[in-house]
Design a protein around this ligand. Structure first.
Ligand SMILES: *Cc1c(COP(=O)(O)O)cnc(C)c1O
Length: 835
């Protein structure tokens, strides 16, 4: 065999001397700089290449072991992956962080200095994209054959600057200096078609056939990023698609001779993967977005089927070898696309094609908010995807026939269940498509799954009991504790050994230490040091001085009315009024961070309000030092990792029944913050785990909130019952916080006094009372730090590893594959030539 003749791969040792040598070689031969001219960014890239080199062998061996064992593969399809920076997490997962630090030091470089130069890979909006990133880490850590698929946006999530208190969005060109982690695959290139029309004809066997013709074409090119699990044994793959113009453009230039126009058109087609849509809940129904979704789905399915058919001839085996998880409805067009491939390209009959499709797909629902449920105008689908339109109609026709047979004469039910919303303009309901085309649907917390079964998807539950299952979200303890909070990680390792990193349930062994004064004190001192670090960052970046001996009270997440940052701000204003009135309150530093969707006026106004209130508080000598409000700009994975380890109070105060799960709540509790939260999403499970006496719950629960909303009480009732609240609303309305524009907060006040859809006023009094309970607890250090320790100790079940096991058992039907422990030095097998 030809491959026998190849020399073995050079080994990739990772002791400091060898690593230093490797980084130097990468600096010379890949970056093209010497040590005299190298900038810090050059060093960062050289180090990243050296780390990537150490992933490649495991990466290939992982892929080979999947082939050898012919395992069932899991494909995680997500329009978003919020990865963050990759250097330190790569070093940690490879187990060579200390070696790399020492290697860089030999070269005169501090790791801590260059690591912050890496741009965040911010290919996502918030929780949904971050879940995808955590799941990749969990699958690789468990040795599960998981492949991420997504889009390589040239511009990720926008960069948020604050100008004069207002959010201003700046484009984030994260690829400007190149991306050392990715491997471009110009040969992995698939055509994706749009538009055109459908020809119908009957073949020799009398079968009705369809051909999709006269389409325009865009090419999808793959970029691969290795995804190492903790321990570095399994290295999975994340494949992101980038749009490239098809060869048609060259031809058109020849035909029409208009070179400039041909190039301009090339640009237009490559616009497809240019930018991430920066809205995390409301879909704006833009044509480019629908094109992105189909582009992504079409390329991914071609790739999955190519891989499947290399080793399998029989498409009926697909569900045995392939599980496709749809992260929300954004990739739901994969369902009609697989049908189209099976019907039109493989001449399969409808029934077996549908059976295969349903058995292959599963769908994760992320939201209950009606405005966040994706729908697409039928007219738009008809124009861009005429063949899919036919297939969608046929899926719906057969589905409604099934419903009619089960529930004869129930027209209302048919209308509720239909994939098509009939009120003009007619639209496809993507959630219905995703449920009908999947064998499993999952919610992301116990409460959320229950609400799906009982309310949002109750008709589907009645039709197919058991299809809706729960997989509560989780977070990776590698990034959110080991990496983000090295002090606390070291304390835990000192007590428990290193096992907790892959077996987070071991944290439970810390629970008895909540009663140990010396341990509590060690825990408190770590928090204090982290607070000091954050205070220095705030000083450095914002020029603000905050006192690290005050309660660090943190609410960090996307800005959205349902998350109720406004409730927090109203309370800050009330605290300010208390202090002015001579009422003693616990000194605190309220920290907010989060981005607003660029078109979301209310959310942007809430950001401005935070700055206006801060301005008043900070300039009042009576409150200076006793209360501060800090808005940290550009919340992303890296800022989250700076803020969370310093948090003492975690605010998770969404209107009950609106937050599907939350994962920020888990990150904060893991780092020893005590939650002040509503009984919403995973807060409920967190409270169950830590115990009601280590969690400040308040306010209406989901049922009460729903009932109250239906009763439509006059919001003024709440003002009459709470003078502090009435005062603050009056201040907002009269321009107390906005003397330069007294009407500025009229829209907020009108929304509160009108419908108060998110029950901010209704929950205020309970919230303020819970805040007083927080103050009392914080004044009793023995009590507070015992609560903090118990929070960390109880977070085992929120490890992403548990979440991955839930998906594997309840949905995918796969088992972990553990490849050989360590690459054998020097004698590792030569790469096989592809056949
Ligand atoms: C975890 C995380 C989120 C999700 O936060 P929630 O509080 O669950 O909404 C959003 N953005 C970033 C950058 C995160 O790390």
């Amino acid at each position: 065999m030809a491959s026998e003749a190849l020399p073995p791969l050079p080994s990739q040792p990772s002791d400091p001397a060898a690593l230093a040598q490797a980084i130097l070689e990468r600096l010379f031969f890949t970056v093209g700089k010497d040590t005299v001219t190298a900038t810090d960014r050059d060093w960062l890239h050289a180090a990243a290449y050296a780390v990537r080199d150490r992933l490649v062998e495991r990466w290939m061996e992982t892929q080979r072991s999947y082939y050898r064992r012919d395992v069932k593969r899991v494909y995680y399809l997500s329009m978003e992956f919020l990865l963050g920076r990759l250097l330190v997490s790569g070093l940690i997962n490879l187990g060579i962080l200390d070696e790399a630090r020492a290697a860089l030091r030999r070269l005169g470089i501090e790791l801590e200095r260059i690591r912050d130069l890496e741009p965040d890979a911010a290919l996502g909006n918030g929780g949904l994209g971050r879940l995808a990133a955590c799941l990749l880490d969990g699958m690789a850590t468990l040795g599960l054959p998981g492949y991420g698929y997504g889009i390589r946006y040239e511009y990720g999530m926008f960069y948020q600057r604050i100008e004069n208190g207002w959010q201003v969005e700046h484009p984030e060109n994260w690829l400007r200096y190149g991306n050392p982690w990715e491997f471009p695959r110009p040969e992995v290139l698939y055509p994706v078609r749009f538009g055109g029309r459908v020809l119908q004809f009957t073949d020799a066997a009398g079968r009705l056939c369809h051909r999709w013709v006269d389409t325009e074409e865009v090419m999808a090119m793959a970029y691969d990023t290795p995804v190492p699990g903790y321990g570095g044994r399994t290295v999975n793959n994340l494949r992101l698609w980038s749009a490239k113009a098809s060869r048609d453009f060259d031809l058109r230039y020849f035909n029409e001779g208009d070179y400039i126009e041909a190039v301009a058109e090339k640009n237009r087609s490559e616009n497809l993967s240019r930018v991430l849509y920066p809205s995390d809940t409301t879909e704006m129904g833009r044509e480019l977005r629908l094109r992105q979704e189909y582009f992504f789905v079409s390329a991914t399915l071609q790739d999955i089927l190519y891989r499947f058919r290399k080793t399998h001839g029989d498409l009926e085996l697909l569900p045995e070898k392939v599980a496709i998880q749809l992260n929300d409805t954004h990739p739901a067009l994969a369902i009609p696309e697989l049908m189209r491939i099976l019907l039109d390209e493989h001449a399969m009959a409808w029934e077996p094609a549908w059976e295969i499709t349903r058995a292959t797909f599963a769908y994760t629902n992320h939201t209950l908010l009606p405005e966040a449920l994706e729908t697409w105008p039928v007219e738009l689908v008809a124009r861009l995807l005429p063949r899919h339109l036919q297939i969608l109609y046929e899926i719906n026709r057969r589905f409604l026939e099934e419903v009619r047979a089960r529930f004869p004469g129930d027209e209302a039910r048919l209308q509720r269940l239909s994939l098509v919303e009939e009120t003009p303009p007619r639209r496809f309901r993507m959630a219905h498509l995703a449920v009908v085309g999947s064998h499993r649907v999952n919610g992301v917390s116990a409460l959320h799954t229950g609400l799906l079964r009982r309310e949002a998807l109750a008709d589907f539950e009645a039709l197919w009991p058991g299809r809706i299952v729960n997989c509560t979200n989780g977070i990776t303890p590698r990034r959110w504790l080991l990496q983000a909070n090295p002090r606390l990680a070291a304390l835990i390792t000192e007590r428990l050994g290193e096992g907790w990193v892959t077996d987070l349930d071991r944290l439970a062994e810390l629970a008895p230490l909540a009663e140990d004064a010396a341990f509590r004190d060690a825990f408190r001192r770590i928090k204090q040091a982290n607070k000091q670090d954050l205070a220095e960052r705030i000083h450095h970046h914002l020029g603000l001085d905050v006192r690290p001996d005050t309660l660090f009270d943190v609410q960090v997440k996307r800005i959205h009315e349902y998350k109720r940052q406004l409730l927090n701000l109203l309370h800050v204003a009330a605290l300010y009024n208390d202090l002015r009135a001579g009422i003693e309150r616990l000194p605190r530093t309220v920290i907010l961070a989060g981005k607003a969707a660029p078109g979301y006026r209310m959310a942007k106004l809430i950001i401005k309000l935070a700055h206006d209130i801060a301005e008043v508080i900070h300039h009042d000598p009576e409150t200076a030092g006793r209360l501060s409000l800090v808005f940290i700009p550009n919340y992303d994975v890296s800022t989250a990792a700076d803020i969370i380890p310093a948090a003492e109070l975690s605010q998770q105060i969404s209107t009950a029944g609106t937050e599907a799960s939350g994962t920020g709540n888990m990150k904060l509790a893991l780092n020893g913050a005590v939650t002040l939260g509503t009984l919403d999403g995973a807060n409920i499970e967190i409270r169950e785990a830590v115990g009601g006496d280590a969690f400040f719950a308040f306010g209406l629960d989901a049922e009460e909130a729903a009932r109250l909303r239906r009763a439509r009480p006059d919001p003024r009732t709440w003002l009459e019952a709470d003078a502090r609240l009435a005062r603050v609303i009056d201040q907002l309305a009269s321009g107390f916080f906005s003397p330069d524009d007294r009407g500025r907060y009229r829209p907020l006040v009108d929304a509160l006094l009108g419908e108060d859809r998110f029950l901010v006023l209704a929950d205020f009094t309970a919230y303020a009372a819970a805040q007083e309970a927080v103050e009392a607890a914080y004044r009793d250090p023995a009590r507070w730090w015992a609560m903090a320790v118990r929070n960390t100790a109880a977070m085992g079940r929120f490890s992403i590893d548990r979440t991955v096991r839930d998906y594997a058992a309840r949905i995918w039907g796969v088992e972990p594959v553990t490849p050989r422990r360590r690459p054998r030095p020097r004698t590792s097998p030569p790469p096989r030539l592809p056949r």
